[in-house]
Design a protein around this ligand. Structure first.
Ligand code: AMP
Length: 289
């Protein structure tokens, strides 16, 4: 496995691989890799010939009072996990290489970036799309794989490539969960054992929503109430529950294609989860013990 740190090296590696007619698959991450990230690697491997994983905690997508400084980092472990999964190249740029100065030109997403996660984290998606655009220009992949766990982000990245004509196919892979249903996240490491138990409120709320919808409830307002109530347990502060379509727009009537998205704070940790109601979280892959 190659480890590259500069933009020039990364671009020249990619161009050389492409000159040999190898298709490049790309998985952007903030590191502290877990089975969810590795699932994206497997998917990239299925679709392409060479897999690049970037590890970069992007300051631009964190608000001033968020967890940028304490975000979990363990490059040695990430290196081992990536190598064991047969990643061909990890790209680990320094912050000073990605942002030699405060960037003046940035990606400005549309109004959908101001809803849900965007309401809770103003400017977040502008930061995400800016770094994703930069990484796409550096890696020049054929395919990039994102997780459905970050549903709104995946949709915005699809719009980024569509609206700005990046010649890249975006693939979205399902959410990998612990056996008890908790969606894997690097931020789960912040949770105390008690908070870890409380965090199940999110996946439980999604299951309750799915059951209520299957029992015949199709009114998004009533379902939203059900979802928020299900997250009202000790140590959990629900932030939102929304019933949206694939473009993250609120639906008038809930169908099998509707996505239920939830966010809540457990202690100081913000957690997200979502489900396509017709599929259910039972269909999502679990970590193998
Ligand atoms: P992050 O390192 O948290 O920025 O995530 C990098 C990529 O991994 C994003 O596309 C996420 O959506 C994806 N991801 C995070 N958690 C999971 C999960 N539990 N299952 C599948 N993909 C995930």
């Amino acid at each position: 496995m190659r480890e590259l740190n500069t933009i020039a090296e990364m671009r020249s590696w990619s161009r050389s691989e492409r000159s040999h007619r190898h298709k490049i698959g790309f998985v952007p991450t903030m590191g502290y890799l877990h089975a969810g990230h590795l699932r994206l690697v497997d998917r990239a491997r299925e679709l392409t010939d060479r897999v690049v994983v970037s590890i970069f905690v992007n300051p631009l997508q964190f608000g001033p009072h968020e967890d940028f400084a304490r975000y979990p980092r363990d490059l040695a472990r990430d290196r081992e996990l990536a190598a064991a999964r047969e990643v061909d190249c990890v790209f680990v740029p320094e912050t000073s290489a990605m942002y030699p100065a405060e960037p003046l030109a940035r990606v400005v997403p549309g109004p959908v970036a101001d809803t849900l996660e965007g309401t809770a984290r103003p400017g977040h998606f502008g930061g995400v799309l800016t770094v994703v655009a930069k990484l796409f220009h550096i890696v020049e992949p054929d395919v990039a794989v994102f997780g459905r766990k970050d549903f709104q982000q995946a949709m915005l990245v699809k719009r980024l490539v569509q609206d700005l004509d990046f010649p890249i196919t975006i693939d979205v892979a399902p959410t990998v969960r612990e056996l008890d249903g908790l969606a894997l996240s690097s931020r789960n490491t912040y949770l105390t054992p008690d908070q870890r138990r409380s965090a199940l409120a999110l996946s439980r709320a999604l299951r309750t929503l799915e059951q209520t919808w299957r029992a015949g409830e199709a009114d998004p307002v009533r379902l939203q109430r059900v979802g928020l109530e299900a997250m009202h347990v000790p140590n959990v502060i629900p932030e939102y529950c929304a019933l949206v379509d694939e473009d993250v727009q609120p639906v008038a009537r809930v169908t099998a294609r509707t996505v239920a998205v939830v966010a809540a704070r457990v202690g100081k940790t913000r957690l997200l989860d979502n489900v396509v109601l017709g599929e259910g979280i039972g269909a999502d892959p679990r970590v193998t013990p």
